[in-house]
Design a protein around this ligand. Sequence first.
Ligand SMILES: [Zn+2]
Ligand SMILES: [Zn+2]
Ligand SMILES: [Zn+2]
Length: 371
Amino acid sequence: MRAYACPNCSRLNHFEVRVCPGCNATVGYDPVLDGFRFLADKATVWRDGAGETADVVVCANNNDYGICNWLVETADSTPMCRACRHNRTIPDITQPSVPPRWAKIEEAKRRLFHTLLQLGLPLETKAEEQPGRQGLAFDFLYDPAAEEAGKPQISTGHESGLVTLNLIEADDAERERIRHKMGEPYRTLLGHFRHEVGHHFWSRLVETDEQDLAAFRELFGDERVDYQQSMNAHYGDGGGKVWTDDYVSQYATMHPWEDFAETFAHYLHMVDVLETARAFDLTPSSPYGRRQEFNVSLDFDPYAADAKTLAETMGPMSFTLNAMNRSMGLPDLYPFHLSDAIVAKLDFVQRVLAKARQGAPRPERTTQPAQ
Ligand SMILES: [Zn+2]
Ligand SMILES: [Zn+2]
Ligand SMILES: [Zn+2]
């Protein structure tokens, strides 16, 4: 993701900023503008087709809990931003460990939504759900007694557009413990969100389209194979399928649904990483001889690029960024390898999402930047 200029002093800030460190102005992110507004701004709000000047309205989760830095597009009595309006259950914030964990979860979720909005994907809430148009909702759950007892916790997962995320995943030590136990090279809140909404978009976009569903089965396998049996095989003594080059992660080998969700997450990873690189003009070039494949250019919009272009750029870019992380003693930024078989799956994801973008109505522009 790119950096955002403060609307008051033009300092470049990160996406999470609430108070600009340069000028102390309180700012909020406007998803329609894809930029930040100074909260003293007036905005044009569109009501019944007519524009009227109104104060910039902050998300109710900012007013009530100080947990969101997005602005909303309407002057409803309890306005929720485009990311928060999908929350179905929020955790009990009277538990002392909850507010900082929930804040981390919402931060990751806003980054997810930023990418989904830039991709122009259809985003119905559960209240807006119609046949063939599954809504998306989130339950953020926490069981303090289970954490205390070290007992199995609520599982993170997806069912019919409802994403459940265990708050414990926002605890760095616990998430790292689970990552290690599962033998995963990468486990983050943002990665969880990108994976789980991948399941939602499979139901929303692939399952509802006969041709896409047939193409999905060709590439990923038949999803009608029993999920529970696949899971038992994956976690059982005999192990599941061997992790070959055809899968972006070991978890992807478990079932075609998981393969799709993992591949979907990787498509979002690549688009965001390459968009960041493009915004900061970070282009790898080879000082090590004349290896042509290392000299790539980022003169394209990652949000509109095909999967082959993304993958060809991601190779040298991730090598460079992994080297950068290693120079700070950190784990690799992108600890994955993209084979031709994975790129073919990424190509499927990219084409399904591009088609959905064409089919979806343009996002309504209900506010205008202040003049
Ligand atoms: Zn500023
Ligand atoms: Zn919000
Ligand atoms: Zn999954």
